[in-house]
Design a protein around this ligand. Structure first.
Ligand code: CAA
Ligand code: NAD
Length: 293
């Protein structure tokens, strides 16, 4: 059956971006959060992005209204039961994701395809919470979703090849370049990116350089669009901490182990840009100031 309607679960950093690109690609999209306050916060972010696109002349005001018209926010899982594809983008915790997928499995028709935006869990661990591992894939987008052109599409040994190809084609319909990844924690990008980010924290802990100097070094010396600490704050330190723990559990290699400073910052609630404080202080979002440890 062709994909006619998309469901997205979670309307945080990633879920809001995923919902936006689905609606932009023409799919009626329902996005679910745990409270109306969070639904509204997520939709407000999308509204801001679309307004910026109108101001830049990337879309017309009429196109913006159409995109907004295709987007519906809800707190009820039941509102997603007629979606052909459901993309999960909630907290990076195995138990919470498995519970959600088990509930969705009981709710949705057999044909519905489930996808997870997980950064580091294996898709098999999630798919086995349902009775449809053949209709389950990884669909890993990148932050900020409306801008980043890549989507990793991951299959397990149980994924039906036809479903997999359908999801690769779906990624392309969203305007992304799909790459094929196997069901290994971190897929392709995070396998390489996460050790780099964690190493930057270790370098800071060891006094190799200051936050700003390490950031500037990688930006100006290597041409990266953001230095590692700006990127860590952008991804979210809580999310990075969960990812590091999951990858370390899997690989048992020191390069994936979360540094002590990261753990302490997460315990303190310094979760990066979304929390107003991480490696930088965002009291003035236009001029972030490095936090001195
Ligand atoms: N949402 C939507 N659009 C955004 C945006 C956001 N949050 N932030 C920036 N943009 C848009 C801007 O509107 C602008 O659009 P135009 O070119 O059409 O004008 C464009 O992006 C560039 O923005 P800026 O000029 O303001 O700033 P910039 O040139 O520094 O680019 C950036 C911003 C695209 C985020 C760039 O800094 C970048 O590519 N950073 C690295 C991001 C990255 O590495 N992401 C991957 C993270 S890892 C991950 O996602 C996987 C995981 O599992 C953790
Ligand atoms: P986030 O904290 O910004 O958002 C997660 C949202 O999910 C929160 O708003 C929370 O209220 C909501 N939520 C939790 N349980 C829910 C439920 N049962 N139903 C509906 N909503 C629920 O996190 P994020 O950065 O958007 O990350 C989400 C997922 O995407 C994680 O698996 C993460 O690993 C992955 N990811 C993150 C990034 C990144 O750069 N942050 C990039 C790629 C993938």
């Amino acid at each position: 059956m062709p994909i006619q309607k998309v469901g997205v679960i979670g309307c945080g950093l990633m879920g809001s971006g995923i919902a936006q690109v689905c609606a932009q690609a023409g799919f009626p999209t329902v996005v679910r959060e745990v409270s109306m306050e969070l639904v509204e916060k997520g939709l407000k972010g999308i509204e801001k992005n679309l307004t910026r696109m109108v101001e830049k002349g990337a879309i017309t005001e009429a196109a913006k209204s159409e995109i907004r018209g295709r987007l519906k926010g809800t707190t009820s899982l039941g509102d997603l039961k007629d979606c052909n594809v459901i993309i999960e983008a909630i907290i990076e915790q195995l138990g919470t994701k498995r519970e959600l997928f088990a509930a969705l499995d009981a709710l949705c028709p057999k044909a519905t395809i489930f996808a997870s935006n997980t950064s580091s869990l294996t898709i098999t661990e999630l798919a086995t919470a349902t009775k449809r591992p053949d209709r389950f894939v990884g669909l890993h987008f990148f932050n900020p979703v409306p801008v980043m052109k890549l989507v990793e599409v991951a299959k397990t040994i149980a994924t039906d090849p036809a479903v997999y190809e359908e999801m690769v084609a779906f990624g392309a319909k969203l305007g992304k370049t799909p790459v094929r990844a196997s069901d290994k924690p971190g897929f392709i990008v995070n396998r390489l990116l996460v050790p780099y980010l964690l190493d930057a924290i270790r370098a800071l802990e060891e006094g190799v350089g200051s936050t700003e100097d390490i950031d500037n070094s990688m930006k100006l010396g290597c041409g990266y669009p953001m230095g590692p600490f700006t990127l860590l704050d952008f991804v979210g330190l809580d999310t990075t901490y969960y990812i590091a723990n999951i990858m370390f559990d899997e690989f048992r290699e020191k390069r994936f182990a979360p540094p002590a400073l990261l753990k302490r910052m997460v315990l303190a609630g310094w979760n990066g840009r979304k929390a107003g404080r991480g490696f930088y202080d965002y009291s003035d979002p236009q001029k972030p100031k490095p936090v001195i440890f």
